[in-house]
Design a protein around this ligand. Structure first.
Ligand code: G3I
Length: 406
């Protein structure tokens, strides 16, 4: 009799509890049941406050994961950013999967005098990349800027002969690329070899080495650098990197003509780097047109690609000399939708088999080279993460784009 009574009390309790739960779930108030039964996107909307999410937050999305089906996403950084446990470190690991040193793997840093090589910074980046399964871009072996004078002058201050400079060039490229054989996946072998008014830049490399093999063209220093890099690491991807290829058709054509002739001679160039330091006046259609010109090189090498190597989006057009910009809702809408159009174009490039990776030139606004350049005292906001490491609305527009295209 007692057991029967106990069972009926338990039954009554169970019925009452079920009724209460059912009533609760029909209420208009959001509750946990609503969150768990909603779609993933709705869940994110409930749990992530887009205006207050930091790039290192555990529940923040990951940029490189969002675009993984199309291309890798990377950033330039400094070796001082790689301190485990810091916010910078967490951002890098979470948001990007390709890394390049902003300054520490340039000739002046890595090879400051003939007998001195500094491998420390790039060694550290390689170690980090191996541990976290990331890709490393080496930037850059040959450049007219940030290149020490010792390459070009002898002890008496006279310019060296073509033979001497060729020997120094081969030694420089071979030593560095061999040191990183199998570790640095991609090299910007030559940077900014074209001049602004068409044709080759009038650099010391060009002036001294010139038409070294006497075949009628004067880009022999480029050919020598690529050949030496390929011999030192046949598996590394070798890139010729330049600016304004995305906006100047004549520069894109110059690049196309020069690379075409080198590929036909069998020079091992695997791709063209588009720096893409673009601004708020950027024209996506011009960029698509120029990339189509460059990608005609696929008829010579079907694996030939472009890489976006130094992306940022200045809030000031080139002719604007002001130092401040007001980030009004209207301006941000324009900025965000331009970033979104650019990434939509990148997706198209990737789907056409053109594009391998997109690397930003810095990962938060406070570190960008565009602060103070080209106008001194300027504050710029060209990236996707703000000065406090919060995700900007442009970041979210890219996440939405990736989701809508998936
Ligand atoms: O390290 C010195 C420091 O010791 C000194 O006190 C200080 C005073 O000016 O200068 C420091 O060096 C600066 C260096 O960045 C490191 O911060 C140089 O002056 C400065 O000129 C240098 O600027 C770099 C620039 O390349 C040089 O051309 C930028 O950080 C770097 O973002 C920029 O990167 C280039 C790419 O390599 C190629 N494409 C264009 C891109 C933007 O210019």
């Amino acid at each position: 009799m007692k057991l029967k009574q106990l069972l009926s009390v338990l039954l009554a309790f169970t019925v009452l509890f079920s009724v209460m739960t059912a009533c609760g779930s029909t209420s208009d108030e959001p509750d946990s049941a609503v969150t768990t039964s909603s779609t993933e996107a709705e869940e994110e909307a409930v749990t992530v406050d887009r205006d207050n999410t930091y790039a290192y937050d555990e529940d923040a999305p990951s940029l490189y994961e969002a675009f993984a089906q199309w291309f890798k996403v990377g950033t330039a950084m400094n070796i001082s950013d790689l301190v485990e446990g810091t916010e910078e470190f967490e951002i890098l690991v979470k948001q990007y999967n390709v890394f390049t040193l902003e300054n520490e793997s340039k000739p002046d840093a890595m090879h400051p005098s003939e007998d001195v090589y500094n491998f420390d910074a790039l060694d550290q980046l390689v170690e980090f990349a191996n541990e976290y399964d990331k890709t490393v871009r080496g930037h850059t072996l040959v450049w007219h800027s940030q290149c020490p004078d010792w390459f070009f002058y002898d002890d008496d201050g006279n310019t060296v002969s073509a033979d001497v400079l060729v020997e120094r060039l081969i030694e420089h490229v071979t030593t560095i690329v061999s040191h990183y054989k199998g570790e640095v996946d991609v090299w910007d072998v030559c940077n900014e070899v074209l001049g602004d008014s068409g044709g080759l830049r009038d650099s010391m490399w060009y002036q001294i080495i010139g038409d070294y093999d006497g075949d009628g063209d004067s880009y022999d220093y480029i050919e020598i650098a690529f050949t030496a890099a390929h011999e030192a690491d046949p598996d590394a991807r070798l890139i010729i990197n330049d600016y304004s290829l995305e906006s100047s058709e004549s520069k894109a054509i110059s690049m196309y003509m020069m690379v075409k002739s080198m590929l036909e001679e069998g020079i091992p160039i695997d791709g063209i780097g588009l720096q893409m330091h673009v601004d708020i006046g950027f024209d996506v259609e011009t960029c698509k047109n120029n990339v189509e010109i460059l990608m005609k090189l696929k008829s010579i090498d079907p694996d030939f690609v472009i890489e976006v190597t130094e992306l940022d989006l200045s809030c000031f057009t080139w002719s604007d000399t002001s130092t401040e910009v007001e980030l009004t809702d209207e301006f941000l809408e324009q900025f965000d939708s331009l970033y979104s159009d650019i990434f939509e174009m990148f997706i198209e490039f990737s789907e056409a088999g053109y594009l391998d990776s997109v690397v930003f030139w810095g990962y938060y606004d406070g570190m960008s080279w565009l602060n103070g350049y080209p106008v001194s005292g300027r504050t710029n906001y060209p990236l996707l993460i703000d000065r406090d490491y919060k995700l900007k609305s442009a970041y979210w527009s890219l996440i939405d784009l990736a989701e809508s295209k998936s």
